[in-house]
Ligand binder design. Structure first.
Ligand SMILES: *Cc1c(COP(=O)(O)O)cnc(C)c1O
Length: 373
């Protein structure tokens, strides 16, 4: 039985030919050509004014938050349910993360909890579109407006997600994306910082160039201490190939999500990624959450998928259960949902037979939730 991986890039001759060209010719005066092309392409895909390619989403977030002036004494509100990458830059800047609970259906930031968590020290809210599901951006932006707090987006998982015509990552003060090998669009490792704010763009551009302003005439003259989170030209070349295929990459993710939805639609006790009216989700990570009364647990799910040689992954643990944070079990959903949830395989090249094998495992658990006695 072939192993079904949970995610894997979709690479064609196009990406290979661009990467080969970059490796052969992309040096000297050509060393930024694919980077420029990739930034321009991504900027226009998203419909934003500025894009800066980075070595990772973590780096993009780090620079964006630094440019906003986030530092010691500041609080940054984000969901307890998150990958560590979203919170690490907050800690690196010496600020304090405030981890709040998620909504039970979208698994993203609960706006009511966000507003409750606001103090005079709150500097920013990081809206992470978990698994490609959309945050309640209208509510979050309104809270930001009411309290004079910046809302930023970690849209690493949300390529292809659209809220009332606005793409994820284009709605906050800035957005950050990841092109890690597990993401919908990949450059191996990589990311991008995007914004509509001209001033913030200039700040991050300078920070991203070790603090050297592009207006600075003197050579080797940083005006401040910056960062070094750049994407290489070879990575950008792969990204240019991926960008030309972005419609197809998103379409296939959505097709896989639709397959699971259709196959599992009759089971009331099983909740998949929501796609509310007026939204489109990029469906980066199809995820199944079982209702408590089904008694289907994460352990039981892992066992069942392992037995079928399927690499299904656990739902993110709450950050606040990790040793470096103060425990916040009062974040009920963030602490409860992972115990009865699983991420489903969703790479582009999955065959019909692969999809069927994944759905059959869930089907069996839904039909005989106790475990098959
Ligand atoms: C993948 C991911 C990141 C980290 O991206 P890197 O490019 O590995 O730094 C950050 N935030 C979210 C939500 C992610 O899914």
């Amino acid at each position: 039985m072939n192993r079904i991986h949970y995610t894997k890039p979709s690479i064609t001759e196009l990406e290979v030919s661009y990467a080969t060209d970059a490796a052969r010719n992309g040096w000297g005066e050509h060393c930024y050509e694919y980077i420029g092309r990739f930034e321009e392409g991504f900027r226009s895909h998203l419909g934003v004014r500025h894009a800066i390619a980075t070595s990772s989403c973590t780096g993009a977030l780090h620079m964006g938050l630094a440019a906003l002036g986030v530092g010691p004494g500041d609080e940054v509100v984000l969901a307890d349910t998150n990958w560590i990458a979203s919170v690490a830059p907050v800690l690196h800047l010496g600020a304090t993360p405030v981890l709040v609970d998620i909504l039970v259906d979208s698994w993203c930031l609960d706006p009511v909890q966000v507003e409750r968590a606001i103090t005079p020290r709150t500097k920013a809210i990081i809206a992470v579109h978990l698994y490609g599901n959309l945050c309640a951006m209208d509510e979050l932006l309104a809270i930001g407006e009411r309290h004079g707090i910046t809302v930023v987006e970690d849209a690493a998982e949300a390529i292809g997600s659209v809220l009332h015509g606005r793409r994820a990552g284009s709605m906050g003060r800035f957005g950050a994306f990841s092109f890690h090998g597990t993401k919908t669009l990949t450059t191996g490792e990589g990311g991008v910082f995007v914004t509509n704010d001209d001033e913030l763009y200039e700040k991050v551009l300078t920070l991203s160039n070790h603090g050297r302003s592009r207006k600075q005439q003197k050579q080797f003259w940083p005006d401040e201490v910056g960062f070094k989170y750049k994407m290489s030209n070879v990575q950008a070349a792969i990204g240019c190939g991926q960008l030309e295929r972005i419609g197809e990459l998103i379409f296939r993710k959505r097709e896989i999500m639709a397959y699971y939805r259709e196959r599992l639609r009759e089971f009331d006790g099983l909740h998949l990624n929501p796609e509310p009216e007026g939204t489109v989700i990029g469906a980066w990570m199809p995820t199944a959450v079982f209702a408590p009364e089904t008694n289907v647990t994460r352990e039981r799910l892992q066992e069942a998928f392992d037995a079928m040689n399927i690499d299904a992954r656990v739902f993110f643990h709450p950050l606040s259960c990790l040793p470096m944070f103060e425990q916040r079990p009062e974040n009920i959903h963030a602490w409860d949902i992972p115990g009865r949830a699983i991420n489903l395989p969703s790479y582009h090249d999955m065959t019909e037979a692969d999809l069927e094998r994944v759905a059959d495992v869930l089907d069996a658990l839904c039909t005989r939730p106790g475990g098959g006695e």
